[in-house]
Design a protein around this ligand. Structure first.
Ligand code: HEC
Length: 221
């Protein structure tokens, strides 16, 4: 199973990107650790806003909370125009509520349109990843603008629209990992080990290169 967690992987990417962005500032200020004379060491505080990845088991869910009730107003204002007031989808945007699980699975087995029916009630395996997606990615026109409590509330409202949590439910880092999602059993953990190969930088290919032609058969001309 992969050992990657946000705090390492996510921070590494963010830190790299930020260090590039801050390189001139570092040189101008003349302080901080530098790499080859350019850039400045990123501070934890600067990285913090980027460290928002939440894992399926709830790892990295932030402090805060939001109820189904508190989610209605922001959902109506920021989400309903695209996803429908009842999660039915609007203007060609995805619905929150698709076919119920048995019907969804039956359609997939018959090779029918699984994608068009995919929604929160049948295709999301874990509630923390739903929070993650909404907090980082929605509303579509202004991703990343919702405060934590509002994202919890809207997530809760969507879960309620999808018939997964009751009206009096409150979402938080304590409750979301235990929400029973209808399709959890359809998700598997990738147990393959991490592999670490040495990168080859020269003389990596010792055979003669050969071009393999594509054989076209069965075509009437
Ligand atoms: C301007 C239109 C628009 C608005 C407004 C919008 N979304 Fe979305 N939403 C999309 C699009 C497009 C997708 C699918 C594409 C993607 O995932 O990037 C999507 C996907 C989703 C999904 C995943 C659906 C699935 O099952 O795959 C969820 C959940 C979601 N949005 C929640 C929200 C919430 C909550 C809000 C309000 C805070 C919101 N959206 C506002 C356009 C919108």
């Amino acid at each position: 199973m992969s050992k990657l967690k946000t705090s390492k992987f996510g921070l590494g990417l963010a830190a790299g990107a930020m260090a590039l962005g801050l390189s001139t500032a570092g040189v101008a200020d003349g302080h901080g650790d530098s790499f080859n004379g350019i850039g400045a060491k990123i501070t934890d505080k600067a990285v913090e806003p980027w460290d928002i990845s939440v894992f399926y088991d709830g790892t990295n869910l932030p402090e805060g909370s939001g109820s189904v009730e508190a989610g209605q107003q922001p959902y109506d204002a920021k989400c309903a125009m695209c996803h429908g007031a009842f999660g039915e989808g609007a203007e060609g945007y995805p619905k929150m509520m698709g076919d119920p699980m048995p019907q969804f699975v039956k359609s997939l087995k018959q090779g029918l349109d699984g994608v068009g029916n995919r929604a929160v009630n049948n295709a999301w395996g874990h509630a923390p990843t739903l929070y993650d997606m909404i907090h980082r990615h929605m509303p579509f026109y202004a991703p990343g603008t919702m405060p934590v409590d509002e994202s919890y509330a809207v997530t809760c409202y969507v879960l309620n629209l999808a018939g997964i949590v009751p009206m009096d439910f409150t979402c938080s880092k304590e409750t979301l990992p235990d929400v029973d999602m209808p399709s959890t059993d359809y998700y598997v953990t990738d147990t393959r080990p991490d592999v670490k190969n040495e990168r080859c930088m020269s003389d990596c290919y010792d055979a003669e290169p050969k071009v393999v032609g594509a054989a076209v058969t069965g075509v009437s001309q």
